[in-house]
Every structure is written in structure tokens, then in C-alpha cells.
Design a protein around this ligand. Sequence first.
Ligand SMILES: [Ca+2]
Ligand SMILES: [Ca+2]
Ligand SMILES: [Ca+2]
Ligand SMILES: [Ca+2]
Length: 398
Amino acid sequence: MSAGGTALASLAVATLSGAPAAGPVKFEAHDIDPKLPGAYAVNTADFNNDGRVDVIANSLGARELAWYENPGWTRHVVVSDTAQIVNQAAEDINGDGFPELAFQSSFAMQAAKSEGVNWIARSQGTGQPWKAEKFDAFPTSHHVIWADLDGDSKKELINAPLVGAGSLAPTYDQDKAPVFWYGQSDWKRHTMTDSVPGIIHRVRAVKWDGGNRDAILVASFEGVGLYRASGSGENMKFEKVLLTKGHEEQAPRLGASDVGVGTQDGRRFFATVEPWHGNEVVIYTGSGTTFTRRVIFDKVAAGHEIAVVDLNGDGRDDVVANDNARGPTQNNPNAPVGGVHVFFAPDDAAKGEWQYMRIEDKLGMNSCVGVDINKDKRNDLVCGGSGGVVRWYENKGR
Ligand SMILES: [Ca+2]
Ligand SMILES: [Ca+2]
Ligand SMILES: [Ca+2]
Ligand SMILES: [Ca+2]
């Protein structure tokens, strides 16, 4: 066989088993809001229905919630005069092309100090004021997402309070916390679970079993729980499988802070940051509900969320861990500086080396989302945090 024939044969084999890992890409930072002190959560949605992804960010220190219009990043206020806005989630629930917005205010880490108000804000069209309506209040309401739990193509809203009423600083492990869901017809509170120990930090929707239903991953002191519904509407029942206990130590250094699901070469994996507000980036590979835990990095100074997204277009999802460390102060001149840590997937997620790249090393970041901001088919990153800015990192390719 000629040399050419051999090359062709090995190329065919490589294609069958998936393209080789592409490695790092370059990023260029652009500010969206150069001044949002204490930025907490960022998300994206097309708020003006013009085909460009816009950005929303909230801060516990700001009494209003606003979105930023791509590409000039004009700021549009959704609600003002509202305290302690902790999280938000956009979804076009009435199908008019403009997203509605669920958000949570009056947050505090102690139930006795947190009314935990849950709202739906409805867009009246670009340039018009939004209409915001309270639909529930439950102490420490902290994370909100949309998910289609019964697969009827109408998304439910999921509200995860941070803690139960009896969980208190510094360990937060004295009580159990619930997760609630609400249907769009009456916004009545239903309970998915009432028994998550300690702190729930993030809930994420995932098509775990294929089909139309979303399952929910709950990242908490307990680790990562997978909640799957059967039945529909008011009659839904939930079953839980604990996928991992996450980090095991003394409270509050327990479990997981966030979880994201990805695929590599067609195989599912998930990534976490552990423990709560922790230092480890962990990759779980396996099948069914049995996974092997592998810590790939343990130098996140103040971990918070994780994003799982293919940044280099090789069909292997990469992992992004934000770091909200605030940096040196007068009292603590040696405190670490936060930023953004990126891990590019290897050929073999279970055993290969995840290539590390730090794309922000001056500004603490609390939340990052992977999305294509400039429509060049490369996923970019949008982040905000204690560095006091919201910025996007343009993916410039290799
Ligand atoms: Ca837009
Ligand atoms: Ca709408
Ligand atoms: Ca990749
Ligand atoms: Ca892009």
C-alpha cells in the first residue's frame, strides 16, 4: 500500500472515533458594562427579537435589573427600586418573540432576613416599560430556571431556595431545603423535593433521557442529584438519583457549587465546581448514572458557577470555571485575584490532559455563559462578578 493509502486509512479511523482535540483558542475582552459593582449572575436572551443575543446581569448591590442590547450594549431597565435581586431567567412563554423574565429579589442567606420574592416581568415591546408581577414569596429564594418537566412544550419555572429556615452560618448544614416548581396556568407553588441537606447553590435543566422532558440537576451540599418527573401537570411525581456526593469534608466545604453537562465524541460527561464556593474543577465520566470523579484543577480561589461549551469547534465540550476572588485589600494584601479559568477538552475526557488557559486574571468573575455573541459561529464567553464589570470575551479562534 502507498503512503497516501495509509494516510487515508488512518484519517478514516480518526473520523470514526471522532476528530482529535483542537486545543486552545484566543480571546479578546470587551466591556459590556464597565461599572456594575458586585455583579452576580449573567444570562443571555434576544430581548428585542432582532436575531442578536443580548445580555442581562444583576447585582445584589443594585436596586434595578437591566439588559444590554447587542452590539452597542445600550442599557435597558426592566425593573427599578427592587432590593437584593439575586437571579433571573428569560424565556418567551407567550410566543410573541420577546422573552419574559423570571427573577428573585429580597434575597439574604438567612431565612429570617429574606422574604424571597419571585416575580415574572413581561415585556411590552422594545422601549416600553416592563410589567412585573409577584407570584410567590419563600425565604432565601435564590436560583430560578425554566424547564419543561412534563414534556408538553410549555416550560415550568423552578425555584431553588438557598437553605431551609434552620440552616445558619457558618456551616449552613442544620436543615433541609426544598425545590419548587410552578406551572404557567396558575403560578401555584408545587414541591419537587423538600429534603436537600444544607445549601442548594444551582439547579440546571438537562435532557438526560432524550425525548421532550427536562430533568433537573441539583448542585448542593449533598453533591449532584438528578430529579426526573413522571406524569404531567399537577400530578407530576419526582424520582431522585444522587449522581455524586461531590467534595466530602466538614460543612460548609461540602458537595458541589454548580454542574454542567456536555458531550465528547458523542459520550456524555458532566463537570462541577466543588465544594460549595469551592476550589476544585471536577470531570465525571461514565455511563448510566455511574460516574468516575476526577479533579482536574484545585486552584480556583472562589468558585461559583461552571459553563460547559465547545469553544474550539472540535465537537468536544470544553469547561469554564469562573473565580470570584476579590483580590488584595488593605487588610489582606496577599488575597488571591479571581478571573476566568478555561479547560480545553482532550481526546479522552476520562484520562487525557485538559489544556488549561486563564483568560482573565485581574477581575473577579462570579458567572460566565458560553454563547456566540457576534454570529461568527464561534462560541464566546460573557461574564460578570466582583471585578465590578460585565464583559464578553470574543473567541478569536486558534
Ligand atoms: Ca437582540
Ligand atoms: Ca414573550
Ligand atoms: Ca472543544
Ligand atoms: Ca463568536
